[in-house]
Design a binder for this molecule. Sequence first.
Ligand SMILES: Cc1cc2nc3c(=O)[nH]c(=O)nc-3n(C[C@H](O)[C@H](O)[C@H](O)COP(=O)(O)OP(=O)(O)OC[C@H]3O[C@@H](n4cnc5c(N)ncnc54)[C@H](O)[C@@H]3O)c2cc1C
Length: 302
Amino acid sequence: MEEATNAPLFRFTTLKIGGEAGRLCNPSSIEETIELLDHLRKNGEPWHVIGGGSNLLVSSEGVEGTVIRTALITDIKQLDDTLLEAGAGARLPHLAKHAAKLGLSGLEFAVGIPGTVGGAVVMNAGAHGSCIANILESATVFDTKKWQLVTLSNADLNFAYRKSEIDPETQIVLSARFRLPMDKAEAIIERTQHNEDYRWKTQPLSWPNGGSTFTNPQPDRTAGYLLEQSGAKEFREGAAAVSAIHANFVINMGGATSQEVTNLLMRMQDSVYNKFDIRLHPEWKRLGKFSKTELGIWNGQH
Ligand SMILES: Cc1cc2nc3c(=O)[nH]c(=O)nc-3n(C[C@H](O)[C@H](O)[C@H](O)COP(=O)(O)OP(=O)(O)OC[C@H]3O[C@@H](n4cnc5c(N)ncnc54)[C@H](O)[C@@H]3O)c2cc1C
């Protein structure tokens, strides 16, 4: 298993922000992950799990304990005509294109979501009118409360908008099965390509970014719209700025710190609250050391 001590985490996030992890472990199989968890349990060491780091603000002050990165568990298998199984680390854009070539439909929405299967199940990632909940049959998870592998059905996961029942503090997603109806490969490839092209037109993909910063408070009043109307596109804190292309995207203009980003997030939240009386909630998860004031962004106390 690949592992390193004092590993800089900015390399493993799409925002390119994050201090050192005490230890970073990259298991490449389910067995290696369980062995690692056994070892950590024996030594009473704390751990955290990340996937592609595409929905994550990691503190520039670093992260204590071991970070388990499941991004290398990447196997994809076709189990029957319409059932695909993917390891937690399989990237959604790759999985979407792979499924399209096999003539399996349903993952077209995921081509522009740069996360892994594990993170996508946790977040119920979605776009273009669909989401993981629409295609997931089951997920295999190591549950550290029960200390065993469990298979959770779609119903068990209780999906909602950008939410599932998985608790990344105690459960690690290791693989997932997707039920995908058959269609003509050319048609699926065309829809997939259309969605990918749309991303390049509407998102600041040439800068390091973390995707949508806040969830949409209402389907017809998106966070992007509210932020744009509140003047947020002008906001910048140090090297962290609100994108001029999409007001719900924060970009790292080079060497931004998590502190600069949290200052920016507070301004963004305040501007929408002051104009619309609506409190935006971060879609991003956080990892590592944050001050009490910074944590207010996530717990509604800012
Ligand atoms: C350019 C861009 C566009 C995006 N577009 C979209 C979009 O259209 N729709 C959308 O929904 N999201 C979008 N995102 C956000 C992000 O890609 C998704 O939320 C994705 O599902 C996160 O997956 P990840 O592997 O990167 O998770 P991470 O960011 O690594 O982690 C996210 C959360 O999942 C947990 N986690 C990760 N892996 C595991 C695992 N194996 N087991 C248990 N817990 C785990 C982490 O602890 C954390 O709480 C976008 C991001 C970017 C940068």
